[in-house]
Write a protein that binds this ligand. Sequence first.
Ligand code: DOR
Ligand code: ZN
Ligand code: ZN
Length: 432
Amino acid sequence: MLDICLSNCKIVPENMTRYVGVNNGKIVSIKSSPIAAEKTIDIDGKILLPGLIDAHVHMRDPGFTYKEDFRTGTKAAAAGGFTTVIDMPNTKPPTNTVRAFRDKIKIAERKSLVDFGLHAGADEPKEIRELAKLKPSSYKIFMDLLDDDHLMNLFDEISNLPGINGSKPIVSLHAEDKEIVNRYTQMEMSEENLNPIIYANARPPLAEEVAISKAILMANEYDLKIHICHASTKKSLNQIKRAKVDGCNITSEITPHHMFLDSSYLDRYGNFAKTNPPLRSRSDKIKLIDIYKADTIGTDHAPHSIAEKEENIWNAPPGIPGLETALPLILTQVNRGKISFADVKRLLCENPAEIFNIKNKGYITEGMDADFVVVDMKRETIINPDNFYSKAHYSPFKGEKVKGIPIMTILRGKIVMEEAEVFESQGKYVYS
Ligand code: DOR
Ligand code: ZN
Ligand code: ZN
């Protein structure tokens, strides 16, 4: 007899009632009639999606645990329907050495409620070769902090490394050009205007688009696989799409905040809407009709403390917590007919698994990990950051009405969230 049967599931886009058999944390059968199992979880005709994979989170652990830690951050993930997260390396110490990488795996193994991967910092050329053995999901480069000379050295170095599971290594890029960002930031700072709205001008679309062009040309030169994080303008998505057609090994991520918000939110929510790259004007920003050009949605869950966010616009750190708002915001658009379930699966499950080589996740098929999120498309709520599991109790989506929410998250056959309550579980390193 199997461990679990998830009964009366609707697996979109197919519109049939299905029964999913789970054994030892894996999907072992998908049938149209009940399956004998020790335990039955009745899904009651609701929609069963693969557990979501967020390839872009900042858990702040170690070093900045007053902002977030692997426990609170992954509680937020489970609450939001995510069963796998990939953490960014800008912690203290940064995850750019073998030692820091090993230590972070240990921290996450102890604290994480969902499965996890780690991006490696790529700014320590001496360490990169040894780091490769620990299977980083990608090498993360912040182009806004690096000179071209340094960038080329890193591309050169990484292009000679092995990847995970026989694939090439991937470079994830925060694509904003350092010199352009510095030039425009200096200009805005000299104006002595502290209205947060100016932040959109301090890091203009040009900075992103130049960085993406540079990254594309260099990726071609070094025969590298690159992933552009948080592409925020329509032009960026077009550049990436064109490069792909021309044979560049490039993929992209978009975020819910760049998709649903524009720079006027800096006026409404001040620094709580401050993020890098900044929210864009209505004419520059990505639109819902452009999402077919994107490969993934990542939340860029980037929590900070309220006290930090209450500093002036230049001193307040950039970043928005996104794990608990992403899925309800997206499902609201599915309800409105603006996004399809096929897009949700492609952008939040299948492509993140493929791009970052996470075997056994991203699909509801036999042999895959039994990672799911059950969604109730009829349930309405109002986004309230006071209820977040994340330590960052703020959001520029505060007060937004949403329809369609995750009501159950299952990790390798175990319920980790039900009706907003989060349960104990032990996340695993996805490449172990
Ligand atoms: O808004 C951002 N916050 N963009 C980044 O690139 C970094 C991130 C953070 O770590 O807070
Ligand atoms: Zn970034
Ligand atoms: Zn980020």
